[in-house]
Design a protein around this ligand. Sequence first.
Ligand SMILES: Cc1ncc(COP(=O)(O)O)c(C=O)c1O
Length: 374
Amino acid sequence: MTEFSRRVEQVSISGIREVFEAAGEDAINLGLGQPDFPTPDHAREGAIDAIEGDKTDAYTSNKGTESLRTAIAEKHARDNDLDVDPENVIATAGGSEALHIAMEAHVDQGEEVIFPDPGFVSYDALTHLAGGDPNPVPLRDDLTLDPATVEEAITDDTAAFVVNSPANPTGAVQSTADMREFARIADEHDVLCISDEVYEHIVFEGEHRSPMEFAESDNVVVVNACSKTYSMTGWRLGWVTGSHERVERMLRVHQYVQACASAPAQYAAEAALSGPQDPVDEMVEAFEERRDVLVERFEEMGIDCPRPEGAFYAMPKVPDGWVDEVLDRGVVVVPGGAFGEHGEGYARISYAADLETIEEALDVMEAATEAVRS
Ligand SMILES: Cc1ncc(COP(=O)(O)O)c(C=O)c1O
């Protein structure tokens, strides 16, 4: 057999999948990274109307339809007070492709990419696939990323650093002051800040701010998606925005790996972004209620769980053997080590499940906690 590329040999299938495969069929799954809500009707109808109106049979423009990019620009004006030119938006196959083309366009062979550890699994893999060297950095005790840690990690070989707020796997939300600092670091050190904002709307305390609001240079690109906000993970629609020069380079990658995002998904996304936003508020309210239950129960169990302020994940610090004990008892949670070396000793719990299921799972976790402590 022929050899495989060195880049691909450095990447393995996510540890999260291994946990799913090990779990029994009737296990309670708190391992999933997607909301347990339906896609809003008006988004689905956007796609149906476009299909029935014969709008989805052909390629769209490489960047995506003008009407979708205008809806994305309006979203940035409405939510982030950012003046985004629709020409500087590329609609992608989810946030995943947006991250991929951002890395490919900016990271050279042997250059470093700094990202949070524990952090979303794609950052490490995409850095390798771009030929770069991952530089995962630890978090503060409250599981936020300290801008000072990022600044200290920057070397002459650093191409980019990734900020993810609200964060997967921690649920942590960076403060406005931190976001301002990330922008300053990108400006002063002339490195790219890739701001992954896919959980932007799922915030319970404080508010989401983007480093792009504060940067004085064009050294920030923003990755976002409809996946989490509108429970549209299956539609595969995200986007990336940045300066004209950066978008032009990312478009070169997008054009050859993707051509354009799926046309029906683009129409669904446009409808989601420009239609009523109440389904998002309802979902966020449900997540907050579940978060409160989880945090309270962990406190009762004597398990330290930094209070997640966003997304739909909690990341408690757990005793040795806890994850295996919980898995053996039929509840799927993901060991923190799947998200990086500094995630060891933690577990990621997704609360994208109804309250009754979460409470049932918490009873199992309580029993597992007693078992590993005895
Ligand atoms: C932090 C983060 N960024 C990006 C993505 C990719 O999302 P998408 O489904 O839009 O590709 C995910 C998905 O889990 C995520 O957690």
